[in-house]
Design a protein around this ligand. Structure first.
Ligand SMILES: [Zn+2]
Ligand SMILES: [Zn+2]
Length: 196
């Protein structure tokens, strides 16, 4: 695997800017890979890792960039919890580690890089050199990934009885004996204006 600075450069170019979230995300992903003994997440180990991310903010892009796990590959699952944390699962050994970015690190970072006046610039610089235990909480966990959430071909494809949309991966819902998509069963996130 590439070194920290190289990985940070790559994630910064994908994300669009350098920020503390890139530093945190790259370090969190590198830490997880080393704890799980995964050396080449985008090479020979590319089918071994699955990641649950608990927030849709900057660090998530860095985690995707370092691990190669993504929504599109179904190797990354977004849980909308608003917590700067991610759980990394080794699909062969079933070992899983949840890593949370410590809120206290904002405060602790003041010990470092005292030459930098701007708070955000100092945090960004400090997060590069602070030890892992000042940046992260590490928890070994167990979790199970439903078969319908795993990478690979869809196990099921059915058509919604109401709107006609095709629903993959067992996301359909049966209501009074009829197969429906989620929006027809539970209500939609959009209102139809017109059809072309
Ligand atoms: Zn950012
Ligand atoms: Zn429908």
């Amino acid at each position: 695997m590439e070194d920290f600075e190289t990985l940070l450069d790559i994630s910064t170019s994908i994300h669009g800017h350098i920020c503390a979230g890139q530093v945190i995300g790259v370090r969190m992903a590198m830490l997880a890979l080393s704890l799980l003994d995964i050396e080449e997440p985008k090479g020979r180990d590319r089918k071994k890792l699955y990641v649950f991310v608990e927030i849709d903010r900057c660090a998530t892009d860095a985690i995707q960039s370092v691990t190669g796990c993504s929504l599109g590959k179904r190797s990354m699952k977004f849980l909308d919890h608003g917590v700067m944390a991610a759980t990394f699962v080794h699909l062969e050994s079933q070992k899983a580690v949840r890593i949370t970015a410590l809120e206290e690190a904002r405060e602790t970072s003041k010990k470092y890089c005292t030459d930098v006046d701007d708070k955000y610039a100092r945090q960004l610089k400090a997060y590069k050199i602070m030890p892992d235990n000042e940046l992260f909480k590490i928890e070994w966990v167990t979790t199970s990934i439903p078969a319908a959430d795993m990478p690979g071909r869809p196990s099921r494809r059915v058509q919604c009885c109401d709107c006609g949309d095709w629903v993959q991966d067992c996301r359909d819902i049966e209501v009074s004996g009829r197969i429906l998509c989620k929006k027809c069963a539970h209500g939609s996130y959009y209102q139809l204006e017109r059809k072309e």
